[in-house]
Design a protein around this ligand. Sequence first.
Ligand SMILES: [Zn+2]
Length: 253
Amino acid sequence: MERQVTTPQVERLAELLGRSRRAVALTGAGVSVPSGIPDFRTPETGLWAKVDPMEVAHIGVFEREPERFWSYYRPRFQALGDKEPNRAHEALAELERRGLIEGVITQNVDRLHRAAGSENVIEVHGSIETSSCTACGTSFGLEEVDDLFDEGGVAICAACGDAVKPDVVLFGEMLPAAALERATELAAAADLMLCVGSSLAVHPVAGLPQLTLDGGGRLAIVTKGETPYDADAVLKLGGEVDEELGALVEALS
Ligand SMILES: [Zn+2]
């Protein structure tokens, strides 16, 4: 790994992590930007630029116009499937291995935290790792889904012929209750929440840092751009997330 320059801010974050007993990380789209996955809220980039994801990646479109849904989602699946974790993902996996964080709560569906070696990953928006039949529940891995498409470009269950849906939370859908419950417990019990690459603006995940604050815990934020929690954080690092977290691992060594 390339050597990173540590700064007093990074040293301070290393110290905070070392002193905390129950730290947890919360990550958003920004953590995957160095892996070549654009943040869909940033305009004019990649696949997301061509259509409004909130309109097409919607449960109502999946149910009523599956051809339209999949014409958008199939290339997205393929584009995400070959991406690799970056130093920010690797650093968070290293923090977990060292017992410095309990796990990672993420809004990302790209499965890169797991690919980097993180084990306790709470994916509150689901993951592209699997897709499931909406009728019989048969689960298909990402690599299997491409074989399920019919002539109309719609993924059809190999077992029963009904519709197959990605195990991600689409717009208009509820968040998975079990994942949200685990995330809520971790956030409320944390004495330090390390927020990485998230604008902390998308509800209900945006409420998690407040749970940590309400429980007497502290926030450290590593993200470009402003968040609603900047004034509440004990520390804010605004550089590139992979560089900041790479430097953090160096500072801990
Ligand atoms: Zn089925």
